[in-house]
Design a protein. Structure first.
Ligand code: RUB
Length: 316
């Protein structure tokens, strides 16, 4: 179909995701669902099949933005799988209802996961955090709501410094925060009781894909005997890995690592992978809204929720 039939609200959302104005797996999911709803509401399609074709085209456009966070394809699966009805109005209404239900589930999942994750934190604990994860922050926030006194050490998270967002969030909550450069992580683990991070994707083997630096942090934490908790709603489980598929690790622009001035007269290859893979043996628990799991057992939950043949309705 002509790209013109993908509504501007979809292309704007796709650009905002690609440019990381909208970022973090949960925020990407919500924005994706909302963009599909706008496509349905604003569409001038004459019949139900045409509207479904437009929704698939919009979904392909969104899918092509960032390759690593599985919340994006899982959102597309959820909404497209419910775009049903005989006539165009019925399809439109089913999409609007599906998106409302999806966003509601997203909010509830984060709240429920937060309560479960908080049970791992004790009064007086210090938590070391990497990047900016709303799922991880939900655990810490729930612990504070339970009256626990929690302090935080926050890693800067080069190159884009999402740790600054986490520091602001925790500072606003009145948490005692120490902000450190990434290379201070091993040393600072001596003063931490927990590592608490989010995830972009979790594979069937329990491997955690999260912001670059997570894997090194988890290995250091094991060396220091500090438990590693990954907070990740079930939307982060990647059903395509059930059949052995891998996950694409996004590489981003050189300019994120060194600006133009620093690159002048420098003839080197800059490599900028945005995510890395933490093997399950370095993770103590994956906290979801359905409970907390040893990473090796997450495959059972994945199968229950997604079945073993997830499909790609946007490619049909
Ligand atoms: C963000 C990141 C976050 C996860 C989880 O990377 O790695 O830890 O997305 O976030 P980026 P949330 O900044 O490149 O998107 O818990 O909010 O879903």
């Amino acid at each position: 179909m002509a790209t013109g039939e993908v509504r501007q609200s979809v292309t704007e959302t796709a650009t905002a995701i690609a440019d990381m104005e909208i970022r973090g797996a949960a925020a990407i999911a919500e924005a994706t669902a909302t963009a599909l709803r706008e496509q349905a509401v604003q569409s001038e399609a004459a019949d139900a099949d045409r509207l479904r074709a437009e929704l698939r085209a919009a979904a392909r456009h969104l899918y092509d933005t960032r390759p690593t966070a599985v919340s994006l394809p899982n959102t597309l699966r959820y909404v497209l799988g419910r775009a049903s009805g005989e006539d165009v109005d019925a399809v439109r209404e089913s999409v609007v209802a599906a998106v409302a239900e999806f966003c509601d589930r997203l909010d509830r999942a984060q709240t429920d996961l937060g309560t479960i994750g908080a049970s791992r934190l004790q009064d007086g604990d210090t938590v070391l955090m990497h990047c900016h994860s709303t799922d991880a922050l939900a655990c810490l926030e729930a612990a504070l709501d339970q009256g626990k006194d929690i302090a935080a050490i926050v890693k800067e998270t080069r190159p884009r410094r999402q740790g600054v967002l986490t520091a602001h969030h925790l500072d606003d909550l009145g948490v005692d925060v120490r902000f450190v450069v990434d290379s201070a992580a091993h040393r600072m683990l001596a003063e931490a009781d927990h590592v608490l991070v989010g995830a972009d994707t979790i594979t069937a083997t329990g491997t955690v894909i999260n912001k670059i630096g997570t894997a090194g942090l988890a290995v250091s934490a094991r060396e220091r005997d500090v438990p590693v908790t990954v907070a990740a709603q079930t939307l982060k489980l990647d059903p395509e890995t059930l059949s052995g598929g891998g996950v694409d690790i996004e590489h981003r622009a050189d300019a994120e690592v060194l600006d133009a001035e620093a690159r002048t007269d420098l003839d080197v290859d800059i490599v900028n992978p945005a995510f890395d893979e933490t093997p399950p043996r370095y993770v103590d628990a994956i906290v979801t809204e359905r409970g907390q799991f040893p990473p090796e057992s997450i495959v059972t939950l994945m199968r229950d929720l997604y079945g073993s043949e997830p499909g790609r309705p946007w490619e049909e």
